[in-house]
Design a protein around this ligand. Structure first.
Ligand SMILES: *Cc1c(COP(=O)(O)O)cnc(C)c1O
Length: 216
């Protein structure tokens, strides 16, 4: 696939769900890709937010191209917060201390990124806030002065699950995430990746994170 094909898939999913065209935005996940490949496979088709999951790699690329729209989608360690200087949206806040550290660093940057709270997907090793922790975390993160725009969720690994059951479980996870965001008064929903973005768009995703299929 290529970026235009992924965009067409997103547009088709919007239309099938009766959603306005452009209401689900592609975040091009560029981790592991050199700037040259990003130019060729992403930026030659238009401007898109670029999602990076490794803080050092993000620092290296965004320092060279601070003019691009960088999103951080990985798990954030305290000593890496300083690398987020050129980031406009952090998708993956899972503890209030992360927001506090970003807000503090942002004073030196003269600008602060907006953030999303990452919801845990029920898988043992995965990151994120439990459903019962969301409301408290939202209050604590808002108290740092950062703007919380929505929720992010990662699909669990369901490679060994039959297709129909897999789709049903993912749809339920996406619908649950959408409902929780709505209950919290949050509008941005970062969910859906290469394999499952049509289901995510059907459930209301506003940011779809697609990586590998843009670069093949
Ligand atoms: C790598 C990554 C993606 C993109 O996954 P692909 O399978 O390459 O589309 C999306 N979200 C997160 C958090 C990632 O780390």
């Amino acid at each position: 696939m290529s970026l235009p094909e992924v965009l067409a898939g997103i547009r088709a999913a919007e239309q099938a769900a009766g959603r306005p065209q452009g209401s689900a935005r592609l975040v091009a996940v560029t981790k592991g890709q050199p700037l040259e490949a990003i130019e060729r496979c992403v930026l030659s088709h238009g401007t898109f937010p670029l999602g990076e999951g490794r803080a050092q790699e993000l620092r290296d690329k965004s320092t060279l191209r601070p003019d691009l729209e960088w999103h951080f989608i990985g798990s954030l360690q305290r000593n890496k917060v300083k690398y987020l200087r050129h980031v406009s949206l952090v998708h993956s806040i899972e503890a209030a201390w992360q927001a506090q550290a970003i807000a503090q660093a942002a004073q030196g940057w003269g600008r602060a990124p907006d953030v999303l709270l990452q919801l845990h997907n029920g898988e043992a090793q995965k990151h994120g806030l439990g459903p019962d922790e969301l409301r408290g975390a939202l209050r604590e993160v808002q108290a740092t002065g950062l703007t919380v725009r929505g929720l992010m969720v990662m699909a669990p690994d369901l490679d060994d699950v039959p297709d129909a059951e897999r789709d049903a479980r993912l749809s339920a996870l996406f619908a649950d995430t959408a409902r929780r965001a709505h209950d919290l008064g949050l509008s941005e929903l970062s969910m859906g990746m290469s394999g499952d973005y049509p289901l995510a768009v059907a459930a209301g995703a506003t940011l779809v994170r697609v990586g590998r299929s843009l670069f093949t």
